[in-house]
Design a protein around this ligand. Structure first.
Ligand SMILES: C[S@@+](CC[C@H](N)C(=O)[O-])C[C@H]1O[C@@H](n2cnc3c(N)ncnc32)[C@H](O)[C@@H]1O
Length: 240
């Protein structure tokens, strides 16, 4: 393809992405509709996910059994604020499965500040994910100490929290207070067994939601079954 044609194709693709506000893609694979993101680093796999090339573009299948954000989409998530250019603060990056797909979506002009405190996990995340993707800013820190994330600048559009700690709702709110812009969206993964094994999971989710009501407008609460047992995703809008 000539250089001029390549540029034209790129412009047309960007325009159609903008019009559709499309940030993840449905792809038929093995007879089923699955979700995928366009690979920001073609040829690079993060967790042995399947790569599919369609019309010269490479997509990475996004496994809902490995990512709770993908599980939320499969279970009907309505609010999806991640798109080209979005700035995200992500707590609990782990080895980067979900972060890598968000990195695909926000693209080269977006940014993911990814916080992880376990150094062994963080090393793996750096080697396999962050070093290949310039839109990820890894932060090896405890999410309880947001004042010590020296590389985060300005406010972010989305705060995503998946740290599976009993006090994670408080940690999450403290992070939102420091970094989330007004009307920004907040994604909270609730692992009910990490909070209290003796209570019914539904009740725990309700209690965690109650803690948010004063400062957030609750938009959705999604049960992640069958992809994750006893997990819910709560999506809320920051009112402050
Ligand atoms: C359930 S895993 C996250 C999975 C990841 N979000 C994904 O979808 O690929 C939880 C992660 O949170 C990290 N974590 C737990 N407490 C933390 C804290 N206080 N600060 C930063 N990270 C923490 C753990 O080390 C672990 O890697």
């Amino acid at each position: 393809m000539k250089e001029e044609e390549k540029v034209q194709t790129q412009i047309e693709r960007e325009r159609s992405l903008e019009e559709d506000n499309q940030s993840y893609f449905w792809i038929k694979s093995e007879g089923e509709q699955k979700i995928s993101t366009e690979n920001l680093v073609p040829g690079n796999q993060v967790y042995k996910e399947k790569l599919i090339i369609k019309k010269g573009i490479e997509y990475r299948l996004w496994d809902p059994f490995r990512s709770k954000l993908a599980a939320s989409i499969m279970n009907g998530l309505e609010n999806f604020p991640f798109k080209n250019n979005t700035k995200v603060l992500y707590l609990g990056a782990s080895t980067g499965t979900t972060v890598s797909h968000i990195s695909d979506i926000v693209g080269p002009s977006g940014l993911v500040f990814a916080v992880e405190h376990a150094s062994r996990v963080a090393r793996d995340f750096l080697d396999r994910v962050a070093t290949h993707r310039s839109n990820i800013m890894p932060i090896l820190q405890d999410a309880r100490k947001p004042k010590e994330y020296f590389s985060v600048f300005g406010k972010v559009d989305v705060v995503y929290v998946d740290i599976a700690q009993p006090d994670q709702t408080k940690i999450a709110v403290d992070n939102c207070d420091m970094f989330l812009k007004k009307d920004g969206l907040f994604f909270l993964v609730i692992k009910t067994r990490s909070i209290d094994v003796t209570k019914a999971p539904k009740r725990i989710v309700e209690e965690e939601i109650e803690k948010l009501r004063e400062r957030f407008e609750i938009l959705e609460s999604i049960d992640l079954h069958p992809y994750d047992k006893d997990h819910a995703m709560v999506i809320a809008k920051y009112k402050n």
